[in-house]
Design a protein around this ligand. Sequence first.
Ligand code: SAH
Length: 350
Amino acid sequence: MNKSIQTLIDRLEQNHALTEAEYAALITGRTEEAAAYLAEKARHARRRVYGDQVYIRGLIEVSNICRNDCLYCGIRRSNTNCARYRLTAEQILSCCRSGYALGFRTFVLQGGEMDTHMVDAVCRVVRAIKAEFPDCAVTLSLGEYPAEAYQAMFDAGADRYLLRHETADRAHYQSLHPASMSFDNRMRCLRDLKATGYQVGCGFMVGSPGQTAQTLAKDLKFVETFAPAMCGIGPFIPHRDTPFRDKPAGSVELTLYLLSILRLIRPTLLLPATTALGTLRPDGREQGMLAGANVVMPNLSPPDAREKYTLYNGKLHSGAESAQQVAELKQRMSAIGMRVVTDRGDAAAG
Ligand code: SAH
């Protein structure tokens, strides 16, 4: 292996930090050998913090109605081919009930971005979930809101919030989003979420149009300095009804390499092997774990919602019952020496 890449990896393992230029060099210097060396260190770092545990989150896709128009996303407002839906509170609770029986102790409510007047309804659902399942964590992933709305949802009992920053480069951010959205507001949201007291998750797509080693280096520096509890990354996958329909999908190998880097930047990070990774490779989730991930988010949405929550084409939404999925996941994880646990799965301290 190239000596200077090895030195960078060793230094990252020691110091949990590199300069932006060094992150970029690490990315452009990626070889199979370097990836294997890095992944081994990432697994070691994960094992020291989390042992052999895999945390699972039950993902509930609550609505695909969205006021935003992100250029990459299949549920963007201007996609008129998208059949819109919103789950009722009772449907969401019923997803939680089946999830609880399967061992889930975190429910993630994800959806398109709603108008602010829907915040009350979100608060009511969160309160109902926490009343029925006081031993569970509720994670929200519903997009950008004013600080007061984040506060209200937190007061209702939400524990965590996922809001991918998407890219830490301002010009790149603008090229992925309509003019009505701004990099500054995305960052404002992440700061407000943290200040409110949420365990916050950021993240980005790998291989989004216009991404470079330099923009990725900024993403890594951002994770290093923002110090989130979680970070979700997965390959970009084109959707036929978006302006990015002809853009190539992101690379699985680069995603795995970045997972390993993130594990070394922040050993306690909750790092999911995402659905997008599982979509591009049948064993994507196992590969993610072997690269240093420690979280999987199986889908608990009702089958017809899964079908309509199409962020990108080919998205995994197998008709398989959730129970079947969990049994299979447990088996797959134990085959690589890991163990799915029934636990809220909070981030380790430190
Ligand atoms: N409305 C919420 C949830 C968005 S969907 C929010 O704004 O946070 C969750 C994530 O899916 C997005 O943050 C984005 O990074 C990812 N995503 C969207 N379209 C995608 C695509 N075409 N390929 C891969 N990931 C995509």
